[in-house]
Design a protein around this ligand. Structure first.
Ligand code: ADP
Length: 502
């Protein structure tokens, strides 16, 4: 099987969130399972710098590009996966992030940037770049690649298309003028195609036109078909539910393994948990908290956005101060959340540690040195930190949503008795419920034998990419078969045919 994997970020080339972890790990796991898979990304300066040796293998003339677009070829670092970088300096050679300026505003030409990227992906997918290779399937990810299935739908003899939703809340919405500037088929300006409440949605390009849809956990696959989680697209997703699959992400245990982690001061295993305590002291020192090994530390790492439920934690600060615990938080995001956390830290420096910023090494230390990992997300397509924290012997405390619901088993009576519990789960977006879960964790922490069982059960869980990759490979085969032998009307719309309702 030959697959082209299109993404706007991939670890270790460039990363803003979980999508990069998936794009850096899944292709490698599929390649290791002896299938041909090639990764394609925009040639941002960071991606070029981190990729190592690159050579130009093609030049393409594409609509929207003033100069020929070069295709640079190399390898995804630490893998055998062939990498293509779409090098259009006009679109991608600039400082700042992949989607935003150094000041944090979206690039004003994002529609043009990711339309250009999609056109380059299509040329390679159709073997029109002179690379003498044509994939059987193109695996697209999130709105930045949403135009790929749409553009490919216009091509006879195209590969099959799979579109994975990593987060439905990011939709790539643009104005009618931007839509017109892209010179896409005018009939795509329709609620049955790309139009979404008077704007163009790149995401709908994937949702409407891909042969199959997937998302990153079975629970999120169900949730996004409801108004509460559907971001206005629940009708379309319900319509396509027979072709919507949830596959939980995996963990790259080469990077996230407390037994071999070079980013933590003391490596440890389930049998040497006393060394975890040394990391805790290092963590307390790093955050200038009193170094008290017996006090439970609650950790959190993540983007400081509403989705992650940080406001619930902030609401509880007065309550948490009354309890024998410390809390450390690393993140960057919305200025008002950053400021509120800084304020809490300033007022209560012996109980709360806060670091604003993006810091890979500190994220590892928090996983290793904390006793409980907090993830009270309002929604969470998959979530990776709870999977890391299981392996680090740091029971996650999560809200029952998306991938959190699929990966954490609550420490209630029966689960504790059967030694299947791995963490703490609460149901509603409600600070009182979060507090009750925190109190349950504190109670259990005081019972060291039960706590050790909980920790060790979590550390035994296997969320390796090999498992997820096997599920993706099964899906790839199904999608390809369906593409070659379409049998029902649920397939992506053919040219000129209405396929779905929004
Ligand atoms: P999302 O994709 O919504 O951001 P995930 O839990 O799926 O959330 O993945 C987030 C990834 O980004 C994890 O690998 C996490 O450790 C990392 N991360 C997020 N914020 C930071 C930060 N401030 N410093 C270091 N790593 C971070």
């Amino acid at each position: 099987m030959d697959c082209l994997f299109a993404s706007s970020e991939a670890h270790p080339l460039i990363k803003t969130g979980g999508l990069a972890d998936v794009s850096g790990s899944l292709p490698r796991a599929i390649k290791n399972a002896k299938h041909e898979i090639r990764l394609i990304l925009p040639a941002y300066p960071a991606a070029v710098a981190n990729a190592g040796a690159l050579n130009c293998v093609a030049e393409l003339s594409l609509p929207g590009a003033a100069a020929p677009v070069r295709i640079l070829q190399g390898r995804l670092p630490h893998s055998r996966v062939r990498l293509y970088l779409v090098d259009s300096p006009q679109h991608f050679d600039r400082p700042g992030g992949p989607y935003a300026t150094p000041a944090g505003d979206d690039w004003p030409d994002n529609a043009a940037r990711f339309a250009l990227f999609a056109r380059a992906v299509c040329e390679i997918a159709m073997d029109r770049a002179g690379l003498d290779w044509k994939p059987d399937l193109v695996h697209c990810n999130d709105w930045q690649t949403g135009l790929v299935p749409a553009l490919l739908s216009l091509q006879a003899g195209r590969p099959a298309t799979l579109f994975t939703i990593h987060n439905l809340a990011y939709q790539g919405l643009f104005s009618l003028a931007e839509f017109q500037a892209l010179q896409l088929p005018m009939d795509w300006w329709s609620m049955h195609r790309l139009e979404f409440h008077g704007r163009m949605s790149f995401l709908k390009g994937g949702l409407v036109f891909a042969d199959w849809l997937s998302t990153v956990s079975p629970t999120y696959a169900r949730e996004i078909r409801t108004p509460e989680f559907g971001c206005g697209l629940d009708g379309l997703l319900e319509h396509r539910k027979a072709r919507l699959t949830g596959i939980l992400n995996g963990v790259d245990y080469r990077d996230w393994n407390p037994g071999r982690d070079r980013l933590i001061p003391h490596t440890y295993t389930a049998r040497t948990l006393r060394l975890k305590l040394e990391n805790k002291i290092a963590l307390q020192e790093t955050f200038e908290l009193p170094p008290r090994p017996q006090i439970p530390v609650f950790g959190h790492v993540g983007r400081l956005v509403e989705q992650k439920g940080v406001q619930l934690i902030l609401d509880l600060v007065p309550e948490l101060l009354q309890r024998p615990m410390q809390m450390v938080i690393l993140g960057t995001g919305q200025p008002e959340l950053e400021a509120a956390l800084q304020k809490a830290r300033y007022r209560h420096p012996t109980k709360i540690g806060v670091r604003i910023g993006y810091d890979e090494a500190l994220a590892h230390l928090i996983e290793a040195g904390s006793d409980v990992f907090l993830m009270p997300s309002l929604f969470e397509p998959c979530g990776l930190n709870q999977l890391y924290s299981l392996r680090y012997g740091t029971p996650p405390l999560v809200r029952r949503t998306g991938g959190l619901a699929d990966s954490v088993i609550d420490a209630d009576g029966p689960n504790l008795y059967q030694q299947t519990a791995t963490g703490f789960v609460f149901d509603d977006v409600d600070a009182a419920q979060l507090l009750r879960a925190i109190d349950r964790a504190l109670n259990l922490y005081a019972q060291q034998r039960v706590w050790k069982d909980l920790v060790q059960t979590g550390m035994r869980q296997d969320y390796s990419w090999e498992r997820s990759a096997a599920a993706y490979l099964e899906l790839y085969e199904k999608v390809m078969e369906l593409h070659l032998r379409p049998t029902d009307t649920q397939s992506a719309p053919a040219r000129g045919e209405a396929g779905a309702t929004a």
